[in-house]
Ligand binder design. Structure first.
Ligand code: NAD
Length: 443
């Protein structure tokens, strides 16, 4: 698929004209919360947002920092630091994942909570934005240590979570098993079973079918809708996916099964590349046995170091690992037509400007990866009603919300001659600003 087709087909890039004069900034702030605030400023200027609302949105409602003492298997005591942040509950209870990673810090959690507010507002879900995390490398813990850590973290944040307050879900380093422990601690404290306190749970205890695959599925619905606009065939696309976890792995598998060529995938250990495409099903089986991609030797795949991975030539580049992956340090070498943001905050605002200047379309995180929270919302509704849907219903309602939201964003981007990111932010922030206006500022 040639670059020329894009040049002719896409209208979204009209902004290029205005941005050509841009000089590459010398420095960028990689603090994710500073990034999130900068994104608000960019959009506030574009939409002439009331300065009072801008000021309001640049703060989080509440941040809780907790210490989590854990007796390790060898009898030692380790004390971990954990967080839960509510950015906004103006449009409904907080909603957002819990991350277990050695890089977790308060500012990262604040940024992730802020992005959840925009995502939920963009999808018009009756939810606010929240996020949590623990600064820990879960791979270094035994299963029992992980369980003790999760249970104590839940006990420490118990007063700020709940079906009417804030509903956590899995994120990097957490999964359905961890959600089950959180639900158990919460339910034990309340004296009854309360499945609606978390989403992304196992199906047997109130989880939803389709939740695990939802984010990857949502990415597929969005890229499919964009490809249709461009009159291109997704089955002819070449794809590179950074991050082979829930999001990246599911997306790679869906595209592989749709006949697209997944040229490369990576995890924390590095990436694998084949010019003829990888066998994603084989690699998923490998991953599910807790093995790293760097150790995969069953096929003659080329190993690619993480530093070079994002610069591989492809049609669609999917950063689906962590924040700050496309930055001033590598943006000039990005070699794709479309960046589909599977991760939250993978592109710095400065790099985003340069991608725009280079005519690379960016499908922003708050749209692209919103399938996860969408099905989390379905799970929450099912728990509250104690009535569970079939997979067909989940996937068709997910598709309808994702495709309609894409269409809304796409149309606004054309109407206002702005990028998909700016259009998505305008929709999300306008909806939230209206809610603030209607509710007023207490007292
Ligand atoms: P995960 O823990 O299942 O997978 C993360 C993957 O990224 C793993 O393969 C890991 O090895 C890899 N990785 C981590 N650091 C890396 C690095 N520096 N370079 C290359 N690979 C690296 O996590 P996930 O749930 O798939 O989440 C991935 C991203 O998607 C995160 O930004 C998360 O916030 C976002 N997200 C997740 C969901 C969801 O439903 N899980 C929903 C929306 C957004």
């Amino acid at each position: 698929m040639g670059r020329k087709i894009y040049k002719e087909a896409i209208v979204i890039r009209n902004e290029i004209k205005d941005s050509r004069k841009l000089k590459k900034p010398e420095r960028e702030n990689r603090n994710p919360y500073e990034m999130a605030k900068k994104q608000i400023d960019i959009v506030a200027k574009e939409m002439n947002l009331d300065v009072r609302i801008t000021k309001y949105l640049k703060k989080v409602e509440r941040s809780l920092i907790v210490s989590i003492p854990v007796v390790m298997d060898n009898g030692d005591l380790e004390v971990f630091e954990g967080f839960r942040v509510h950015h906004s509950t103006v449009r409904g209870p907080g909603k957002g994942g819990i991350r277990f990673s050695p890089d977790v810090c308060l500012d990262e959690v604040k940024a992730l909570a802020t992005w959840m507010t925009w995502k939920n507002s963009l999808l018009n879900l009756p939810l606010g934005g929240a996020k949590g995390g623990v600064c820990v490398d879960p791979r270094k813990l035994s299963l029992k240590e992980l369980e003790r850590l999760t249970r104590r973290y839940t006990a420490e944040i118990i007063n700020v979570i709940g079906p009417d307050i804030d509903i956590p879900a899995p994120d990097v380093g957490t999964d359905k098993r961890i959600m089950a422990w959180i639900m158990d601690v919460y339910s034990m404290q309340k004296g009854r079973s309360i499945p609606g306190v978390v989403t992304g749970k196992p199906i047997e205890i109130g989880g939803s079918v389709g939740r695990e695959s939802a984010t990857g599925m949502g990415l597929y619905f969005v890229i499919d809708a964009l490809y249709k606009k461009l009159n291109l065939e997704l089955s002819n696309a070449t794809i590179v996916v950074q991050g082979f976890g829930n999001v990246g792995g599911t997306f790679a598998q869906i595209l592989f099964e749709k006949g697209a060529t997944v040229l490369a995938v990576s995890d924390i250990s590095g990436g694998l590349y084949s010019k003829d495409g990888l066998d994603i099903n084989k690699l998923i089986k490998w991953r599910d046995q807790n093995r790293l991609l760097k150790d995969f030797t069953e096929e003659d795949y080329i190993f690619v170091h993480n530093d070079e991975f994002l610069t591989l030539d492809c049609d669609i580049l999917v950063p689906a690992a962590i924040e700050n992956q496309i930055s001033l340090s590598n943006v000039d070498k990005i070699n794709c037509e479309i960046v589909l943001e599977g991760a939250n905050g993978p592109t710095t605002p400065e790099a985003d400007e340069i991608l725009k200047e280079r005519g690379i379309i960016v499908v922003p995180d708050i749209l692209a990866n919103a399938g996860g929270v969408c099905v989390s919302y379905f799970e929450y509704i099912q728990d509250i009603h104690s009535y569970f849907w079939k997979l067909d219903r989940i996937n068709s309602e997910l598709e309808s919300i994702m495709v309609n939201t894409f269409e809304e964003v796409y149309q606004l981007s054309i109407k206002r001659n702005v990028s998909l990111r700016t259009a998505a932010y305008i929709i999300a922030i306008s909806r939230l600003a209206r809610a603030i206006e209607l509710r007023g500022i207490f007292p």
